[in-house]
Design a binder for this molecule. Structure first.
Ligand code: OOB
Length: 537
């Protein structure tokens, strides 16, 4: 078993197997099966070509052979940082087949995150695109590799410079079959994080296959589905709700858009007859606002999924009339639990709630500060346990002791209420995190970077309401006596430290002192209120 993986208690594992949740099917086997069942149907379309199921499986096998030749084997970790390109799908399945574990980095991650992922997971390889949206990932790789000798291979999709070219790894020879079991960890996903850097989330084939199966059922994905991916492929949401893996599971077609811009996405919807797409609220708002300006025919759309952060009811009401398709809200988390509104739910549920758990085996508790269950319908802290919610983060025993209850419930950090029919409404959050339009920022991580600046005495990051993103991040700063720093300097400082772009605060407010709680901690609630009332400005 993978070191640092918190195993499932035997009796619960047994229960989920008996209940038929965990089937033992691995992702490598799933692709193998689909390549026979849907051999000549298109599996994936990218900006530079397309592949049938059979072709995809063949390319995956060839790449699996090349990766093995590099010495990558079972349970080895490989950091994958690719945009929405076909090679991403090939790489991930090739790793699944040889039992190696992709670690899913986002294209917006920079030195700060990538060096940590490579180091913490002792990654054997780092797979990147040469350049994307003006950023050169080879420069980043050079910096990371110089400091981490165990990172043997940097593999580049595109111009490789001194590194290895991904296309050179597709070998016309069989790869060596590896025993991969349903109970094996399939990959490491990233958590949004609330303390320090993202925690890593190990997901087994069993759990994740069940996530996919239930998502496919709840979203009615079939071989006729054409699913457009506009969000970054490696995020849990476009990967599995039902996203890439759900579409392949059902024998449908994936269309990859490099960006979420309507300039690119709308023509793709028209050209490929896209039936489903998943969006985060700011994107949904943007698409709603510009829909009229575009002439493309979008009538093929049947479902727009929206999730990742709270979708306001007012915006939710506009989706169905504007796009002539059904809105499906999704409230999920990389740690596990996923809730969907169902396609045939009454209007009120689709607009005002974030859905209900996708599995009858999901257990939900709504509790107060002392972990006592609150009266039905009242908001409280959401705790959850179930067949696809993890038992612990990778190599994080101390954090796990706080993030999970003794009986294995995950403390989501979300404040929700549950109605009589079991539908959840997200009412707020009790974690030190900013949800910037679906992108999660751990306040503490950014605060720590700011504290490294010579002029900063103290820093506190809080969420500030934003019309489009829902929330933006705002840094309250106390400067050291006799020191000066401007907003521009601090932003540049964070950029130079290699912080992912979305984590750099949108706003800075310089203050003399922070409001305190009775316990003497910084009162972020008061800081948030100051932003609303404008007192500190
Ligand atoms: C998804 O996953 P993560 O891991 O990036 O973030 C999870 C957190 C949740 O705990 C919650 O705080 C927030 O994101 N969230 C929502 C939401 N969906 C996620 N808050 C309010 N309303 C919603 N609809 O974001 C994710 C994973 C799988 C599917 C969809 C989203």
């Amino acid at each position: 078993m993978l070191d640092g993986f918190v195993p499932w208690p035997a009796e619960r594992a047994e229960f989920y197997r008996e209940a038929g949740c965990w089937s033992g099917l691995t992702f490598g086997e799933m692709l193998e099966k689909r390549s026979k069942e849907y051999a000549h149907q298109i599996a994936v379309v990218g900006h530079n070509g397309q592949l049938t199921y059979q072709e995809l499986n063949e390319r995956v096998d060839q790449l699996a052979a090349g990766l093995q030749r590099l010495g990558i084997g079972k349970e080895d970790r490989v950091v994958v940082q690719l945009p929405n390109v076909i090679e991403y799908v090939e790489v991930v399945f090739a790793l699944f087949k040889i039992g190696a574990l992709p670690v899913f980095a986002l294209p917006s991650h920079r030195y700060n995150e990538i060096s940590y992922f490579c180091d913490f997971t002792e990654a054997k390889a780092y797979i990147i695109k040469d350049k994307f949206t003006g950023f050169d990932y080879r420069e980043l790789a050079r910096q990371v590799k110089a400091e981490l000798p165990q990172l043997l291979n940097v593999i580049v999709c595109g111009e490789e410079q001194e590194f290895m070219n991904l296309s050179s790894l597709y070998k016309e020879e069989p790869f060596e079959k590896v025993v991969v079991q349903g109970s094996d960890v399939a990959f490491l996903q990233l958590s949004g994080g609330s303390t320090g850097l993202s925690k890593l989330i190990p997901r087994t084939h069993d759990e994740y296959m069940y996530t996919i199966k239930r998502s496919v059922e709840c979203c009615k994905v079939s071989e006729d589905t054409v699913f457009l991916i506009v969000l970054p492929v490696s995020h849990n949401y476009p990967m599995s709700s039902p996203g890439i893996l759900g579409t392949l599971y059902a024998g449908g077609k994936i269309v990859l858009s490099l960006t979420p811009s309507p300039d690119e996405a709308f023509p793709l919807i028209e050209k490929h007859g896209v039936t489903m797409v998943s969006l985060v609220p700011p994107l949904a708002l943007h698409w709603l606002d510009v829909r009229e300006k575009y002439e493309e025919e979008l009538t093929s759309l049947e479902v727009i999924l929206v999730g990742g952060s709270k979708f306001s009811a007012e915006a939710a009401k506009r989706i169905e009339p504007s796009f002539g398709c059904t809105l499906q809200q999704v409230f999920g988390m990389a740690e596990g639990l996923v809730n969907y509104t169902r396609l045939d739910d009454p209007y009120e549920k689709r607009i005002y709630t974030q859905g209900r758990p996708m599995s009858p085996y999901d257990e939900i508790k709504i509790v107060d500060e002392e972990d006592r269950e609150v009266p039905a319908g009242k908001p409280g802290h959401l705790l959850t346990r179930g067949p696809y919610t993890i038992q612990g983060y990778y190599k994080s025993p101390e954090h796990n002791a706080k993030a999970f209850t003794k009986d294995g419930f995950y403390r989501t950090g979300d404040i929700v209420s549950v109605d009589e029919e079991g539908y959840l409404t997200v009412e707020g959050r009790d974690k030190d995190q900013i949800n910037r339009g679906g992108e999660k920022i751990a306040a503490e991580e950014v605060e720590n970077h700011l504290l490294a600046h010579s002029a900063v005495h103290d820093a506190a990051i809080v969420a500030k309401e934003d019309k489009y993103l829902g929330e933006k991040s705002c840094a309250f700063i106390i400067l050291r006596e006799d020191y000066q720093a401007t907003k521009k300097e601090l932003k540049q400082f964070l950029k130079n430290r290699g912080l992912a772009t979305y984590k750099i605060p949108d706003d800075f407010v310089f203050v003399e002192h922070f409001p305190m709680t009775h316990l003497g901690k910084v009162s972020k609630k008061d800081l948030r209120n100051q932003l609303i009332t404008g007192v500190s400005r």
